[in-house]
Ligand binder design. Structure first.
Ligand SMILES: *Cc1c(COP(=O)(O)O)cnc(C)c1O
Length: 431
């Protein structure tokens, strides 16, 4: 048995093969469709942080619902093999395990930006003195638009009420202590702290518990956008104590382009009768939903935030992927992921700091699977060269390549091949 210790890495290609043979999750690679290059070889797909690959089981899940719709029409709500009326409930337990929540705290619904707005409607309740939202200066644009528009909707000015956390001069990542210090400094003007976790650009993972504790200590609410965290890191949302979280399921959670998102509401808010919320019939008490009574009676779970009856075909895709996660479990997944990303980090660092700099934290408690590699003197031609050689990754202007080997379908050989392709491209660049 080869050691899984990070210190045992070396530059031999044999090592990648050996690690693949000993990988306890190796059979999961075959459960996914791998896009092929023109030469028939699979791409080296390192873009699961952008759009996860399609599980081979997804087609069957969607086909089942198409067949039941064809056969049963509206009766499928009750008599489909997986009845549509409670369909979202079939996903809840597995989803809760992935994000570390109690089942009543999570719901699969809508898409991420929609869920972020629904959560801010409930948890951003500004007053004349407490009206600020804290986000990262390099937050995903949609998150920034969402926060700024909520501020405007309440009659405040984003120039005053939107606080952008910036890394220190000359640094790319935020220092954890600077986040909590800023929360203390803003004090009772702070209504909401809402950070991306994991940061989409740097791959930095923030300590959600420390941030939640600091936010709550000054009387603010705390929420996280876990688009790059869900299915990647072990979020343990319940234990962080945060008020809410939202995520999409199409990145690490492989549920297809534009697939449904998820939301978490901490249990302490679930039975609060006074909570502000946009309401729709799917959030109403299931027993009396179809009596169409006048008064809204919220389900005492995160389901109360559902507005509409959900798209079953899209739910089927999420369900097929969640079954794989349920099978593997986040512990085993993180164990491989840390090791695989550690191997990538080791290989990339041998290329020399004069050529490449990994801007993602080297501390594994501050990152997930993604490494963001800043390439000195690079332009897009370098990225085009590695793409031409079969790599699917992500380029961010001016000079960052984001790669995310995923534990479920990437191999150590993928990582090694990426390294040799990058090395070759960098050498060609010098000529
Ligand atoms: C991917 C991503 C989104 C995308 O939002 P959608 O509503 O799913 O289009 C939003 N925020 C972050 C941080 C993301 O990484």
């Amino acid at each position: 048995m080869l050691s899984l210790d990070m210190n045992h890495f070396n530059l031999n290609s044999d090592l990648a093969q050996n690690l693949d043979q000993q990988d306890p999750l190796r059979q999961y690679r075959e459960k996914f469709h791998h896009p092929l290059q023109a030469n028939g070889e699979p791409h080296i797909y390192l873009c699961g942080n952008s759009l996860g690959l399609q599980p081979k089981s997804t087609a069957d899940h969607i086909q089942q619902e198409l067949a039941d719709w064809k056969k049963l029409g509206v009766e499928g709500h009750f008599h489909a093999k997986n009845p549509w009326l409670p369909y979202h409930e079939f996903l809840t337990e597995a989803m809760a395990k992935v994000v570390g929540a109690k089942p009543e705290e999570v719901v699969v619904m809508n898409t991420l930006s929609v869920n972020l707005h629904l959560m801010m409607i409930s948890f951003y309740r500004p007053t004349a003195s407490r009206h600020k939202i804290m986000i990262e200066s390099d937050a995903f644009p949609s998150d920034r638009y969402a926060a700024a528009s909520q501020i405007k909707m309440h009659g405040f000015d984003p120039n005053e009420s939107l606080i952008l956390l910036k890394p220190r001069e000359g640094e790319v990542c935020l220092r954890p202590v600077d986040i909590t210090d800023r929360i203390v400094a803003e004090g009772d003007s702070l209504a909401l702290v809402m950070l991306g976790n994991t940061n989409y650009y740097t791959g930095q993972y923030f300590d959600m518990k420390a941030i939640s504790t600091a936010g709550h200590a000054v009387g603010a609410k705390v929420g996280f956008d876990c688009a790059h965290g869900a299915g990647n890191v072990d979020l343990q949302l319940h234990n962080t104590g945060c008020d809410f979280a939202v995520w999409c399921n199409y990145k690490y959670l492989n549920s297809g382009p534009g697939g449904l998102g998820g939301a978490f509401v901490h249990e302490r808010h679930l039975t609060n009768p006074d909570i502000a919320r946009l309401e729709g019939w799917w959030g109403h008490n299931k027993k009396t939903r179809f009596l169409m009574r006048d008064d809204f009676e919220p389900i005492p779970t995160a389901e109360a935030w559902q507005l509409s009856n959900p798209p079953i075909l899209a739910m089927g895709a999420v369900w097929s992927s969640l079954k794989i996660f349920d099978d593997v479990g986040m512990d085993a997944l993180r164990k491989k992921a840390d090791h695989l990303t550690g191997y990538l980090e080791y290989l990339v660092n041998t290329l020399g700091k004069d050529k490449v700099n990994i801007i993602t934290p080297s501390d594994i408690s501050q990152r997930g699977s993604q490494l963001s590699i800043q390439v000195n003197n690079a332009d897009k031609a370098l990225f085009d060269a590695i793409t031409e050689a079969g790599v699917i990754a992500d380029w961010r202007e001016p000079d960052v390549i984001r790669v995310a080997p995923t534990a479920l379908y990437n191999s150590y050989t993928d990582v090694y091949r990426f390294y040799t392709i990058l090395k070759t491209a960098l050498e060609a660049q010098l000529i």
